[in-house]
Design a protein around this ligand. Sequence first.
Ligand SMILES: O=C(O)CCC(=O)C(=O)O
Length: 270
Amino acid sequence: MKISDFSTEFEKKVREAKRQFLLEGFAIIPEVWNIPSLDKVLHALEEVIASAHADPVKWSEYVLWQKDIPIAQLNGIPESKMRDAFSQIYIFGDIAMHHFELRNIILSPYCIAVAQHILGEEVICHFSNFTGRAARIGACCQWHRDWPNSYCSTRDGFQIRLMICLDGMKSGQGATRVIPGSQHWDNARFKSWQRHKWPLEAMGKALLCPSGSLVVLGPTIVHGAEGNRSSKARRNLIAQWGRKRDTLCMQSVESLTGYIPQCPHFFTNI
Ligand SMILES: O=C(O)CCC(=O)C(=O)O
Protein backbone atom coordinates (compact mmCIF):
# COMPACT_ATOMS: atom_id res chain seq x y z
CA MET A 1 0.00 0.00 0.00
CA LYS A 2 1.40 3.38 -0.99
CA ILE A 3 0.44 6.65 0.59
CA SER A 4 -1.64 7.46 -2.51
CA ASP A 5 -3.76 4.38 -1.70
CA PHE A 6 -5.02 5.80 1.59
CA SER A 7 -8.49 7.24 1.45
CA THR A 8 -8.86 10.97 1.99
CA GLU A 9 -11.06 10.04 4.94
CA PHE A 10 -8.17 8.14 6.58
CA GLU A 11 -5.75 10.97 5.88
CA LYS A 12 -8.19 13.43 7.44
CA LYS A 13 -8.53 11.23 10.52
CA VAL A 14 -4.75 11.00 10.93
CA ARG A 15 -4.30 14.76 10.65
CA GLU A 16 -7.06 15.25 13.22
CA ALA A 17 -5.39 12.65 15.46
CA LYS A 18 -2.12 14.56 15.40
CA ARG A 19 -3.91 17.76 16.37
CA GLN A 20 -5.60 15.94 19.25
CA PHE A 21 -2.33 14.25 20.28
CA LEU A 22 -0.43 17.54 20.44
CA LEU A 23 -3.16 19.11 22.56
CA GLU A 24 -4.21 16.23 24.76
CA GLY A 25 -1.38 13.68 24.80
CA PHE A 26 -3.54 10.94 23.28
CA ALA A 27 -5.75 10.47 20.23
CA ILE A 28 -8.58 8.25 19.06
CA ILE A 29 -8.79 7.36 15.37
CA PRO A 30 -12.18 5.71 14.94
CA GLU A 31 -12.85 2.76 12.63
CA VAL A 32 -9.54 2.37 10.83
CA TRP A 33 -10.46 -1.25 10.13
CA ASN A 34 -13.97 -2.45 9.33
CA ILE A 35 -15.46 -5.38 11.19
CA PRO A 36 -15.21 -7.98 8.35
CA SER A 37 -11.49 -7.21 7.91
CA LEU A 38 -10.93 -7.92 11.61
CA ASP A 39 -12.37 -11.42 11.37
CA LYS A 40 -9.14 -13.10 10.34
CA VAL A 41 -7.22 -11.19 13.00
CA LEU A 42 -9.63 -12.27 15.73
CA HIS A 43 -9.49 -15.82 14.44
CA ALA A 44 -5.67 -15.77 14.57
CA LEU A 45 -5.72 -14.30 18.07
CA GLU A 46 -8.15 -16.93 19.30
CA GLU A 47 -5.89 -19.64 17.86
CA VAL A 48 -2.84 -18.27 19.66
CA ILE A 49 -4.74 -17.86 22.93
CA ALA A 50 -6.06 -21.41 22.67
CA SER A 51 -2.49 -22.71 22.28
CA ALA A 52 -1.49 -20.96 25.51
CA HIS A 53 -4.44 -22.44 27.39
CA ALA A 54 -3.62 -25.90 26.01
CA ASP A 55 0.04 -25.80 27.09
CA PRO A 56 0.71 -22.99 29.60
CA VAL A 57 4.20 -24.22 30.44
CA LYS A 58 5.32 -23.99 26.83
CA TRP A 59 4.03 -20.40 26.58
CA SER A 60 5.11 -19.22 30.02
CA GLU A 61 7.83 -16.99 28.58
CA TYR A 62 5.17 -14.89 26.83
CA VAL A 63 2.01 -15.04 28.88
CA LEU A 64 1.13 -13.11 32.01
CA TRP A 65 -1.99 -14.69 33.50
CA GLN A 66 -4.44 -12.80 35.67
CA LYS A 67 -3.51 -15.16 38.52
CA ASP A 68 -0.03 -13.63 38.51
CA ILE A 69 -0.95 -9.93 38.74
CA PRO A 70 -1.59 -8.07 42.03
CA ILE A 71 -4.90 -9.25 43.47
CA ALA A 72 -6.12 -5.63 43.78
CA GLN A 73 -6.45 -5.59 40.00
CA LEU A 74 -9.22 -8.17 40.35
CA ASN A 75 -11.19 -6.13 42.88
CA GLY A 76 -14.92 -6.31 42.38
CA ILE A 77 -14.95 -9.74 40.77
CA PRO A 78 -17.25 -12.03 42.79
CA GLU A 79 -15.58 -14.85 44.71
CA SER A 80 -17.50 -17.41 42.65
CA LYS A 81 -15.84 -16.14 39.45
CA MET A 82 -12.30 -15.83 40.80
CA ARG A 83 -11.12 -19.20 39.54
CA ASP A 84 -12.23 -18.30 36.07
CA ALA A 85 -10.72 -14.81 36.41
CA PHE A 86 -7.33 -16.27 37.43
CA SER A 87 -7.23 -18.39 34.28
CA GLN A 88 -7.53 -15.43 31.89
CA ILE A 89 -4.64 -13.95 29.95
CA TYR A 90 -3.71 -10.42 31.02
CA ILE A 91 -0.82 -9.81 28.61
CA PHE A 92 0.55 -11.96 25.79
CA GLY A 93 4.01 -10.69 24.94
CA ASP A 94 5.56 -10.39 21.48
CA ILE A 95 2.16 -11.15 20.00
CA ALA A 96 3.30 -10.30 16.47
CA MET A 97 5.62 -13.28 16.55
CA HIS A 98 2.92 -15.86 17.03
CA HIS A 99 0.77 -15.40 13.92
CA PHE A 100 1.34 -13.65 10.60
CA GLU A 101 -2.13 -12.06 10.71
CA LEU A 102 -1.25 -10.42 14.00
CA ARG A 103 2.10 -9.24 12.68
CA ASN A 104 0.39 -7.94 9.52
CA ILE A 105 -2.09 -5.77 11.33
CA ILE A 106 0.45 -4.45 13.85
CA LEU A 107 2.78 -3.51 10.97
CA SER A 108 -0.01 -2.40 8.65
CA PRO A 109 0.46 0.76 6.57
CA TYR A 110 -2.24 2.36 8.73
CA CYS A 111 -0.21 1.91 11.90
CA ILE A 112 3.02 2.96 10.21
CA ALA A 113 1.40 6.09 8.76
CA VAL A 114 0.00 7.06 12.16
CA ALA A 115 3.32 6.45 13.94
CA GLN A 116 5.24 8.44 11.33
CA HIS A 117 2.80 11.31 11.23
CA ILE A 118 2.62 11.63 15.00
CA LEU A 119 6.34 11.20 15.65
CA GLY A 120 7.08 13.34 12.58
CA GLU A 121 9.97 11.34 11.17
CA GLU A 122 11.23 7.82 10.41
CA VAL A 123 10.09 5.36 13.02
CA ILE A 124 11.16 2.09 14.56
CA CYS A 125 9.04 -0.52 16.28
CA HIS A 126 9.92 -1.44 19.88
CA PHE A 127 7.57 -4.26 20.89
CA SER A 128 4.05 -5.62 20.65
CA ASN A 129 1.61 -7.37 22.92
CA PHE A 130 -1.97 -8.46 23.32
CA THR A 131 -3.73 -6.92 26.31
CA GLY A 132 -6.87 -8.81 27.23
CA ARG A 133 -9.82 -7.91 29.42
CA ALA A 134 -12.16 -10.85 29.40
CA ALA A 135 -15.91 -10.32 29.50
CA ARG A 136 -17.16 -9.83 33.11
CA ILE A 137 -13.86 -10.93 34.70
CA GLY A 138 -11.21 -8.77 33.02
CA ALA A 139 -8.72 -7.16 35.41
CA CYS A 140 -8.17 -3.44 35.74
CA CYS A 141 -4.84 -1.72 35.22
CA GLN A 142 -3.68 0.90 37.75
CA TRP A 143 -2.76 4.48 36.89
CA HIS A 144 0.67 4.78 35.34
CA ARG A 145 2.75 6.45 32.66
CA ASP A 146 4.45 4.51 29.88
CA TRP A 147 7.63 6.58 30.09
CA PRO A 148 9.95 5.85 31.59
CA ASN A 149 9.43 2.16 32.23
CA SER A 150 11.80 -0.66 32.99
CA TYR A 151 10.75 -2.93 30.10
CA CYS A 152 11.33 -0.65 27.14
CA SER A 153 12.04 3.06 27.11
CA THR A 154 13.62 5.57 24.82
CA ARG A 155 16.20 7.73 26.54
CA ASP A 156 14.37 10.99 25.78
CA GLY A 157 10.73 9.87 25.83
CA PHE A 158 9.84 10.11 22.15
CA GLN A 159 7.65 7.02 22.02
CA ILE A 160 4.00 6.23 21.52
CA ARG A 161 1.74 3.24 22.07
CA LEU A 162 -0.70 2.33 19.30
CA MET A 163 -3.64 0.27 20.52
CA ILE A 164 -5.65 -1.60 17.90
CA CYS A 165 -9.02 -1.93 19.60
CA LEU A 166 -10.40 -5.12 18.12
CA ASP A 167 -13.65 -5.06 20.11
CA GLY A 168 -13.80 -1.32 20.63
CA MET A 169 -14.04 0.12 24.14
CA LYS A 170 -17.39 1.00 25.64
CA SER A 171 -18.22 2.20 29.11
CA GLY A 172 -17.92 -0.72 31.54
CA GLN A 173 -15.98 -2.78 28.98
CA GLY A 174 -12.55 -2.14 30.43
CA ALA A 175 -11.90 1.05 28.54
CA THR A 176 -8.57 2.83 28.89
CA ARG A 177 -8.93 5.99 30.98
CA VAL A 178 -6.67 9.03 30.86
CA ILE A 179 -6.17 12.01 33.15
CA PRO A 180 -6.51 15.04 30.90
CA GLY A 181 -3.58 17.45 31.22
CA SER A 182 -1.35 14.93 33.01
CA GLN A 183 1.01 14.76 30.03
CA HIS A 184 2.41 18.09 31.26
CA TRP A 185 2.96 17.08 34.89
CA ASP A 186 6.51 16.76 36.09
CA ASN A 187 7.53 13.52 37.74
CA ALA A 188 7.16 14.84 41.32
CA ARG A 189 3.55 15.88 40.65
CA PHE A 190 2.78 12.52 39.09
CA LYS A 191 4.29 10.59 42.01
CA SER A 192 2.39 12.61 44.59
CA TRP A 193 -0.87 12.21 42.64
CA GLN A 194 -0.26 8.47 42.34
CA ARG A 195 0.15 8.10 46.12
CA HIS A 196 -3.57 8.89 46.55
CA LYS A 197 -4.45 5.61 44.79
CA TRP A 198 -7.38 7.24 43.02
CA PRO A 199 -10.06 4.81 41.92
CA LEU A 200 -10.13 4.08 38.21
CA GLU A 201 -13.81 4.40 37.43
CA ALA A 202 -14.28 7.73 39.14
CA MET A 203 -11.38 9.59 37.57
CA GLY A 204 -10.39 10.98 34.22
CA LYS A 205 -11.87 10.27 30.88
CA ALA A 206 -12.65 6.92 29.25
CA LEU A 207 -11.33 6.51 25.70
CA LEU A 208 -14.49 5.12 24.16
CA CYS A 209 -14.34 3.91 20.59
CA PRO A 210 -15.94 1.43 18.20
CA SER A 211 -14.32 -1.86 17.04
CA GLY A 212 -11.43 -1.38 14.65
CA SER A 213 -10.31 1.94 16.11
CA LEU A 214 -6.74 2.92 16.82
CA VAL A 215 -5.90 4.70 20.06
CA VAL A 216 -2.61 6.56 20.41
CA LEU A 217 -1.13 7.08 23.87
CA GLY A 218 1.69 9.51 24.44
CA PRO A 219 4.59 8.70 26.77
CA THR A 220 3.56 10.77 29.78
CA ILE A 221 -0.23 10.80 29.73
CA VAL A 222 -1.35 9.19 32.99
CA HIS A 223 -3.64 6.30 32.16
CA GLY A 224 -5.13 3.09 33.45
CA ALA A 225 -7.99 0.81 32.50
CA GLU A 226 -11.20 -0.24 34.20
CA GLY A 227 -11.96 -3.86 34.85
CA ASN A 228 -14.30 -5.34 32.26
CA ARG A 229 -17.74 -6.01 33.76
CA SER A 230 -19.59 -6.09 30.44
CA SER A 231 -20.66 -9.16 28.51
CA LYS A 232 -18.19 -8.42 25.70
CA ALA A 233 -14.44 -9.03 25.78
CA ARG A 234 -12.08 -6.11 25.31
CA ARG A 235 -9.08 -7.22 23.27
CA ASN A 236 -6.37 -4.80 22.18
CA LEU A 237 -3.19 -5.34 20.20
CA ILE A 238 -0.57 -2.86 21.34
CA ALA A 239 2.69 -1.81 19.76
CA GLN A 240 5.20 0.74 20.92
CA TRP A 241 6.92 2.89 18.29
CA GLY A 242 9.67 5.47 18.55
CA ARG A 243 11.89 7.62 16.35
CA LYS A 244 14.49 5.68 14.39
CA ARG A 245 17.31 7.90 15.61
CA ASP A 246 16.64 7.53 19.34
CA THR A 247 18.48 5.41 21.87
CA LEU A 248 16.41 2.57 23.26
CA CYS A 249 16.78 0.71 26.54
CA MET A 250 15.21 -2.74 26.54
CA GLN A 251 15.01 -5.57 29.02
CA SER A 252 14.55 -8.21 26.31
CA VAL A 253 14.53 -8.15 22.55
CA GLU A 254 11.29 -9.05 20.77
CA SER A 255 10.63 -10.09 17.18
CA LEU A 256 9.61 -6.54 16.19
CA THR A 257 12.32 -4.74 18.15
CA GLY A 258 14.27 -2.67 15.65
CA TYR A 259 11.80 -3.13 12.80
CA ILE A 260 12.05 -0.14 10.45
CA PRO A 261 9.31 0.20 7.81
CA GLN A 262 10.76 0.13 4.31
CA CYS A 263 8.02 2.26 2.71
CA PRO A 264 7.53 5.60 4.34
CA HIS A 265 3.92 6.77 4.59
CA PHE A 266 4.41 10.40 5.46
CA PHE A 267 1.65 12.92 5.10
CA THR A 268 2.82 16.47 4.58
CA ASN A 269 2.57 18.53 7.73
CA ILE A 270 -0.34 20.75 6.76
O1 LIG B 1 -5.01 -1.91 28.38
C1 LIG B 1 -5.14 -0.70 28.46
O2 LIG B 1 -6.23 -0.15 28.34
C2 LIG B 1 -3.99 0.16 28.75
C3 LIG B 1 -2.72 -0.44 28.32
C4 LIG B 1 -1.62 0.23 28.98
O3 LIG B 1 -1.78 0.79 30.02
C5 LIG B 1 -0.29 0.27 28.43
O4 LIG B 1 0.02 -0.35 27.40
O5 LIG B 1 0.53 0.98 29.00
